[in-house]
Design a protein around this ligand. Structure first.
Ligand code: ADP
Length: 257
């Protein structure tokens, strides 16, 4: 628990740093982007126009990274009723145009009507992050599968996690048949700025973990080099007080799984 706390505090200070930095960076990048955009239309001098386009593209990419940093820096949002149905619909929409032809997309829910307390935007962001990672892990094509399952998990389900409480959970799984990861990569996965991509930020999974933890959930990965990767997000369906016992039932549960 103490290690958890130190970890949480590290995240907090990092989030504050990222928040401050991204704010300042955005203020610098926005005029740069505007300058690039107006220069790229400069008819009289094609060389200047080319430079303008370069400035614009760098500005855009910088702003995208800043946006990711801001998402990461944002604290826990107020809870609302999240519907599995709406989550998958939004994901399908967001992924439209981002899934190459050689990748098949498969979304499946065992209970579309399920509702739970959480933050729709954050969870959507998290799923999108995982899906985009999955797509990037399959340059030669493959299968991307997002699956939601309603489970009852017993006390000893995560024996490596003392704070785990038995109860109803929604498991969101994102699987790909891509390059996979070796043990070395898995060990560094949740470290801020760990990336193997040329223009990666290494903040995607850190931000996912923040979101899932703030939902009282647990994130797990299962991966093998050359075989593919599955990320499992376990979200508690029942709210708990500090000591653990349930204080309210989730809405829309259909019996025990
Ligand atoms: P980024 O995508 O910017 O690199 P992330 O935190 O999202 O940052 O991911 C960190 C690293 O984890 C990636 O650079 C990649 O090496 C690895 N990774 C994440 N998802 C997958 C996946 N589905 N398959 C293989 N490797 C992955």
């Amino acid at each position: 628990a103490e290690a958890e706390l130190i970890r949480a505090q590290r995240f907090e200070s990092l989030a504050m740093l990222a928040g401050g930095l991204s704010h300042d960076l955005r203020n610098m990048l926005q005029p740069l982007l505007l300058a690039g955009e107006s220069l790229q239309d400069y008819q009289e001098d094609p060389r200047l126009a080319r430079l303008g386009k370069l400035v614009r593209d760098c500005g855009r990419r910088g702003l995208e990274m800043v946006q990711q940093m801001l998402t990461f820096a944002r604290g826990a949002k107020r809870a609302e009723q999240v519907r599995v149905n709406a989550l998958l619909d939004a994901l399908r929409l967001l992924l439209q145009g981002s899934v190459p032809k050689n990748i098949s997309l498969d979304l499946f829910a065992d209970d579309l009507e399920l509702q739970f307390s959480g933050n729709h935007t954050e969870l959507q962001q998290c799923l999108l992050n995982l899906c985009l990672n999955a797509i990037q892990a399959m340059p030669g094509g493959g299968q991307l599968r997002v699956e939601t399952t309603h489970l009852f998990l017993g006390e000893s389900f995560f024996d490596d996690d003392e704070s785990f409480v038995e109860g109803h959970y929604l498991r969101l799984s994102v699987s790909d048949t891509g390059v996979g990861m070796d043990e070395q990569a898995i060990a560094h996965l949740y470290e801020p700025f760990f990336t193997t991509k040329e223009s990666g930020t290494g903040l995607g999974l850190v931000s996912c973990q923040r979101i899932i933890t703030s939902h009282g959930g647990v994130m797990r990965v299962d991966s093998a080099p050359g075989k593919g990767t599955t990320f499992h997000l376990y979200l508690p369906l029942t709210e708990r007080n500090e000591d653990g016992p349930e204080v309210s039932e989730a809405v829309g549960l259909q019996g025990d799984a």
